[in-house]
Design a protein around this ligand. Structure first.
Ligand SMILES: [Zn+2]
Ligand SMILES: [Zn+2]
Length: 242
C-alpha cells in the first residue's frame, strides 16, 4: 500500500518528540508523501506546547518542500463528557484535529464512561479524527464507537504506534482488527497515522500494513492513499463547503 499522507505526527514542540517541523516535512517529501499533518499534543499533556503555538501556526506556509502541510492538533479528551483542551476559536482556525484519550490527561473509566467520552468528542464538529481508539487501557464499546463515527463523519484512526510490540498501547491489535473488520463490512473509510515522534517514522506504517494484509483490507478504504478523498472526508472541510 502506498500512502500519500501522514495525518498524525509530532515535533519537538510536543515535549517528548525529537525532530523539527522542517525535518519531518523534508522526510515526508523524501518518502514521496504529498501531505503531512502537524498534530502536536494540546496543552493539557505534560511538557507539551502552549495555546499560543496553535494560535500562531498560520505563519507556516501551506506547502513546504512540495508537501502540503496541514496545521493541526492532537487534543486530549479531558473528561467523560468529551471536554477538550483548546478553545473553539483556535480550534476552528486549524486544518485538522485529532482527539485522543491519554493516560496523563484522563484516568480510564468503565467501558461505558470511556465510550461516552469518545462519543461526545466525535459529536464535536471540530473534531475530525478519533485518535488510536484501539488502546486496551480504555475499554470501549466498539459497536457504539463505530456507529457514532459513521453518523458524525468522524474518522477512526488506525495508529501504527499502537501496534509496536511492547509499546505504550500494547494489546491494541485485537481491538484494531475488530474495527477494521467493521469498516470492511460496512464499506466505511478510515485513516492511518504513523504517530511519529522522530522524523524517521514519518509515513511509516509497517504494523498497520501487516494487519491490513492479514485480513485483506481494501486499500481504497484507506483515505491516506488519496489526498482529494482525504481532504473531502475531513469533517470541517465538508462543513465549510455545505
Ligand atoms: Zn496520542
Ligand atoms: Zn500522537
Amino acid at each position: 500500500m502506498k500512502i500519500l499522507a501522514d495525518t498524525h505526527t509530532h515535533t519537538l514542540a510536543s515535549g517528548h518528540a525529537y525532530s523539527t517541523i522542517q525535518e519531518n516535512v523534508r522526510a515526508a517529501a523524501e518518502k514521496g508523501l504529498q501531505l503531512i499533518a502537524l498534530t502536536e499534543h494540546a496543552p493539557a499533556m505534560q511538557n507539551t506546547t502552549s495555546h499560543a503555538y496553535f494560535a500562531n501556526l498560520h505563519v507556516i506556509p501551506e506547502e513546504l518542500f512540495g508537501v502540503r502541510v496541514l496545521k493541526g492538533v492532537e487534543l486530549n479528551i479531558l473528561d467523560f463528557g468529551g471536554a477538550i483542551d483548546l478553545d473553539e476559536k483556535t480550534l476552528e482556525r486549524l486544518d485538522i484535529a485529532i482527539a485522543s484519550l491519554h493516560i496523563p490527561c484522563i484516568t480510564p473509566g468503565t467501558e461505558a464512561e470511556n465510550t461516552r467520552a469518545c462519543i461526545c468528542a466525535m459529536e464535536n464538529p471540530l473534531i475530525d479524527i478519533l485518535g488510536h481508539p484501539g488502546d486496551p487501557r480504555y475499554p470501549l464499546n466498539y459497536d457504539e464507537i463505530f456507529k457514532v463515527a459513521k453518523q458524525t463523519g468522524t474518522l477512526l484512526e488506525i495508529n501504527n504506534a499502537s501496534l509496536v510490540p511492547d509499546g505504550f498501547r500494547a494489546g491494541s491489535e485485537e481491538n484494531i482488527l475488530g474495527l477494521l473488520k467493521m469498516a470492511m463490512k460496512e464499506d466505511v473509510p478510515i485513516v492511518v497515522g504513523s504517530d511519529a515522534h522522530f522524523y524517521t517514522g514519518i509515513g511509516e506504517i509497517p504494523y498497520v500494513e501487516k494487519l491490513m494484509d492479514k485480513i485483506g483490507f481494501p486499500e481504497d478504504l484507506v483515505l491516506n492513499t488519496n489526498i482529494q478523498k482525504l481532504l473531502y472526508a475531513i469533517k470541517r472541510n465538508r462543513r465549510t463547503k455545505n
